[in-house]
Design a protein around this ligand. Sequence first.
Ligand SMILES: Cc1cc2nc3c(=O)[nH]c(=O)nc-3n(C[C@H](O)[C@H](O)[C@H](O)COP(=O)(O)O)c2cc1C
Length: 183
Amino acid sequence: MDNKSEPARGFGDVFDKSGVSLSLADARLDDAPLIGVNTAFCKMSGYTAEQALGRNCRFLQPSGGAGPVRGRMRSFIADDQLTEGKFVVPNVRADGAPFLNLVYMSKLKLDGKIRYILGSQFEIVRHDDKALGLYEMALQQDIRELRLVAGEMGMVMLGTFGQLASSYSIIAEMRLSDVRGDT
Ligand SMILES: Cc1cc2nc3c(=O)[nH]c(=O)nc-3n(C[C@H](O)[C@H](O)[C@H](O)COP(=O)(O)O)c2cc1C
């Protein structure tokens, strides 16, 4: 966590002790750079915090592009009415190894305006639904704690737990659209 950022004070503990990949971007700054990543994020991506902080998280996408999901993430971020989203994105680790990333995002409001975006990443491994279930449970626990901390700092974490638990259907949809060749 970048110690100079406001939410670092409260979010730092939850980030540090979480086993799931967590990231925080500052939506007020130009190109929404990352201001916080935890150990699980670094482990999954292969990038150190120093390499990741200050950059937009798109650096994880392949040089040939991430496909139409990139536009969907951009629209989600640009629309203040949309509070929470989940996306399946092709990403690449620091060592060049590709992986499928289930990216969850939830927006944080301060003084009526969207100020920060919380992100969580999960590597989709075929036929490992148990890991997905464990991830969702852990993320729900983290979000609960982050919501409390956000509240103490006068922020509101937007979104519902309903979206959090929707990974199975999102991944299933992705597989269907792969088969059908949808965009
Ligand atoms: C907090 C946060 C975490 C994100 N995590 C990822 C990620 O792990 N992988 C990824 O490909 N994109 C991630 N994104 C999305 C990209 O940063 C970017 O918003 C997306 O590529 C669409 O914008 P662009 O068209 O300007 O690149 C994240 C965004 C935010 C705000």
